[in-house]
Design a protein around this ligand. Structure first.
Ligand code: ZN
Length: 414
């Protein structure tokens, strides 16, 4: 596509060094850290270079408007494209930034063809999508839609005890303005987020770009196993009440159930008490992240893991208590918008873009849950690895993503 590589390459290259750890090749762009603030500067520069009107909203999200500020957008008028710029600790280069870079490059491509938008078009970069610093994923979009309470958000703390309120103030933003952004939400007629695929669906389908059908339901649960602390040398194996034994049996059962249901179950966080090498532990807290293709399957998975935990506790003479911590229902993207984009991206031979679900959360999911018509485009990830320095996409596939986004703008807005 004309103009695509010429815009994409310098945008991508100029962002690439920001927040990169030379020893791992991974990225540390935690929300409102110096590296992430540099990404924000990069966004502003890209917007200004393109004569786009740039603003930071009350929740720290960035917007670059083609055709004037959002205030000019009447209800449902705006087409918004974009993603996020922050990363997890030692994350990949593509998760988030690919969608923002592609959005600017797609606007360039539409302009290069001499097309003007008939509705406002904006590039958005949502704040703290990963939740890697303050613990809540998609905080910027959740605040904007009212899904995250502003008081709770202001009090969130990072590992060094800095509150989100303080981090916002240090970044020159006013934390007292956090909260649902009614008028802005009403102005968005469609949000299209392009994202690197965080799996190998497109590899198996042999396609560079795909369209998302929806986002899997997702829950987080805290399992607390309680037993009895005792001496690691003098306590006979038969006399122990060891909660690690109960948890480990539960973890194996969770993996087995997830495999059976083609779902996902992960115990990625453990807190062992007292956590000493020479003591039988007294308590284990373990956090289960569970996701499945539909809510019924997710409930079945949780039922199996709960039963396995109760049985493991019985066998080890410990107790278990399960507390749900968060639940995100399944997200179904807007059907009409999906059809329009799918139609626009059909090849001349009538080949449709592959459609695939995702098990990862996104700002697009938050906006969809708030009633904004939303769609997602995925770009092939050869290894499927994400949230790691090994995350990768071929340049040719990234350019195919820009071309798809360009066509999307043309169909929806020009
Ligand atoms: Zn992402």
């Amino acid at each position: 596509m004309e103009g695509t590589a010429e815009s994409y390459d310098p945008l991508w290259q100029s962002l690439l060094p920001v927040g990169r750890d030379p020893s791992t090749g991974g990225y540390h762009r935690l929300a409102y850290s110096p590296a992430e603030l540099a990404c924000r500067e990069w966004f502003i520069t890209a917007a200004v270079q393109r004569d786009l009107e740039v603003e930071t909203d009350r929740n720290g999200n960035l917007w670059a408007w083609w055709t004037g500020p959002w205030g000019g957008a009447s209800d449902g008028a705006a087409l918004v494209i974009g993603s996020h710029l922050d990363s997890v600790r030692d994350g990949g280069a593509f998760d988030g930034p690919l969608g923002v870079v592609s959005a600017f490059a797609a606007i360039d491509a539409v302009r290069a063809r001499g097309r003007a938008p008939r509705r406002p078009v904006a590039v958005a970069a949502f704040a703290e999508e990963e939740g890697a610093r303050f613990g809540i994923a998609c905080a910027g979009s959740r605040l904007a839609t009212g899904a995250l309470d502003p008081d709770r958000a202001r009090a969130l703390r990072d590992e060094s005890g800095v509150t989100l309120a303080r981090a916002l103030t240090a970044a020159g933003l006013d934390p007292s303005h956090l909260g649902r952004d009614e008028e802005r939400l009403r102005g968005i007629g469609a949000f299209v987020e392009l994202h690197i695929e965080q799996g190998r669906g497109l590899v198996d389908l042999d396609a560079p770009v795909g369209l998302a059908s929806g986002i899997w339901p997702h829950g987080r649960y805290r399992f607390t196993f309680s037993g009895e602390a005792n001496h690691a040398g003098t306590t006979l194996m038969a006399d122990r009440r060891d909660p690690v034994q109960a948890w480990s049996r539960t973890a194996i059962a969770a993996a087995t159930a997830a495999t059976t249901y083609d779902a996902r179950a992960t115990f990625g966080r453990l807190d062992v008490h007292p956590n000493s090498t020479n003591a039988v532990p007294s308590r284990v807290r373990a956090w289960l992240d569970a996701r499945a293709g539909d809510e019924q399957t997710l409930q079945r998975l949780l039922g199996d893991v709960g039963d396995a935990a109760a049985e493991a506790a019985r066998q080890t003479r410990t107790t278990v208590d399960v507390t749900p911590e968060s639940f995100s229902p399944a997200v179904f993207f807007d059907e009409a918008l999906h059809e329009r984009i799918a139609g626009a991206l059909e090849t001349s031979d009538g080949d449709a873009l592959p459609v695939l679900p995702t098990a990862a959360g996104h700002d697009a999911g938050v906006l969809a849950s708030a009633g904004v018509p939303t769609a997602m485009l995925f770009v092939r990830n050869p290894t499927g690895v994400s949230h790691s320095p090994a995350e990768y996409a071929d340049r040719a596939d990234c350019l195919a993503g820009v071309a798809a986004l360009t066509r999307t703008i043309e169909v929806l807005a020009s």
